[in-house]
Design a protein around this ligand. Structure first.
Ligand code: ASP
Ligand code: MG
Length: 412
């Protein structure tokens, strides 16, 4: 007998039939003797539909009222799921976030969970009920309804699992796990049995959008074993366990390859090299709320410096304009930009203990004639910027070079 928190996303509860399918799944665990707390999202498309309604009434964003509105999406699915459970003889009760006292701060649309009162949930579980909780929402100390940011139901599930010290937090979604890379780009991509929290964070922030990033951080911090798996019939399986690094984990050097298509790069050339130059260049960019990712600076023989950085493609024009202004102010020679670039990253904790990973990466790209425009590294990740047209080729070449096409040996 275990205590399990399960979360079902929008597509898994996207219709009455799918809700009934979820109810049957939950019942299997109950019949086995497990205690189950279920967190659900709104039906797929519902949160967007509500946001459209809000915009129709008032083009200005009303933070407090938007949260009141959006929270209704999840209120629909908790009630329907509890009814569906009862219909198949499984006692259940639904609760909104504030009903189970998910206390958050007051930052509407991006609230953080401060505290959860488990008493009510424990009582229901003790009476043999399934507890169904609305994801993505809570209430602040004044009782105002808050929401946790898009995709926030994942975080609700992990937070409940942490509070209840659940044996596992299972995130049911429309994919059957975390893959070595996007299977749409590399047909040979494999589902990983396990991945560490750290690797998952790098993969998620780089565009493998399986889980809300914050939920992974939360799970890592509170050591909640987190499993991603599919809720769809015919795709059942063990999914991917996100956990701490331990012996017996796959002995791969690299766990996965992430990529990001939304990149743009800007260069300011011939900047007089003086203290404070980086600040003068990036200060206005930061003030305009533009996030900078990679940065490279080179000082040339003539004593001037070239400075290159990357931003999100949506911010490209804005950044270019600011940079042209800066170029005039500091007396730089030239400004150049390119918004047809992408970032490819290899991620793996195996990198810590093995040398030569970077050269394997660069060699694989060189063999395909792919020019690397920028490089950045961290402890468990190496990223390169390349021309957009090389994205697929680059990811495939790396997937093969690091032998991700084949199941790795385990030392279990
Ligand atoms: N319904 C919310 C959203 O669409 C929360 C979630 O699905 O996790 O973002
Ligand atoms: Mg989601």
């Amino acid at each position: 007998m275990a205590l399990i928190v399960q979360k079902y996303g929008g597509t898994s509860v996207g219709s009455v039939e799918r809700i009934q399918n979820v109810a049957r799944k939950v019942k299997l665990f109950r019949d086995r003797g497990d205690d189950v707390v279920v967190v659900v999202s709104a039906m797929s498309g519902e949160t967007n539909r509500l946001l459209d309604l809000a915009r129709g009434v008032n083009p200005e964003h009303c933070a407090r009222e938007t949260d009141v509105l959006l929270a209704t999406g999840e209120q629909v699915t908790i009630a329907l799921l509890a009814m569906a459970l009862k219909a198949i003889g499984c006692d259940a009760r639904s609760y909104t976030g504030s009903q189970v006292h998910i206390l958050t701060d007051s930052a509407h649309s991006k609230a953080r969970i401060l505290e959860i009162d488990q008493n009510k949930m424990r009582d229901d579980l003790a009476q043999g009920r399934v507890v169904v909780v609305a994801g993505f929402q809570g209430a602040d100390e004044h009782g105002n309804i808050t929401t946790l940011g898009r995709g926030g139901s994942d975080t609700t599930a992990v937070a409940l699992a942490a509070a209840l010290k659940a044996d596992e937090c299972q995130i049911y979604t429309d994919v059957d796990g975390v893959y070595t890379t996007d299977p749409r780009v590399v047909a040979e991509a494999r589902r990983l049995d396990r991945i560490t929290f750290e690797e998952m964070l790098e993969m998620a922030s780089l565009g493998s959008k399986v889980l809300q990033i914050r939920s992974v951080e939360f799970a890592g911090k509170f050591n909640v074993p987190l499993r991603v798996l599919s809720s769809f019939e015919g795709k059942e399986g063990p999914g991917t366990l996100i956990t701490y690094e331990e012996d017996g984990m796959e002995e791969a050097l690299i766990s996965g390859i992430a990529f990001n298509r939304d990149e743009a790069k800007l260069t300011i050339q011939g900047v007089p090299d003086q203290p404070g130059v980086a600040y003068r260049i990036l200060g206005p960019i930061g003030e305009a709320d533009i996030e900078v990712d990679m940065i490279v600076q080179n000082v040339g023989a003539d004593g001037t410096t070239d400075f290159t950085f990357t931003v999100h493609r949506n911010d490209y024009e804005k950044a270019l304009k600011l940079l042209r202004q800066t170029a005039t102010d500091v007396g730089a020679r030239e400004v150049a930009g390119d918004n047809k670039i992408v970032k490819i990253s290899i991620v793996g904790v195996g990198m810590r203990s093995h040398a030569g990973i970077a050269s394997t990466m660069f060699q694989a790209l060189a063999k395909e004639g792919i020019n690397i425009r920028m490089i950045s590294t961290s402890e468990i990740k190496i990223s390169v910027v390349v021309d957009e047209k090389y994205l697929e080729l680059g990811v495939r070449a790396l997937h093969t070079a690091f032998e991700l096409d084949q199941a790795p040996a385990t030392n279990a």
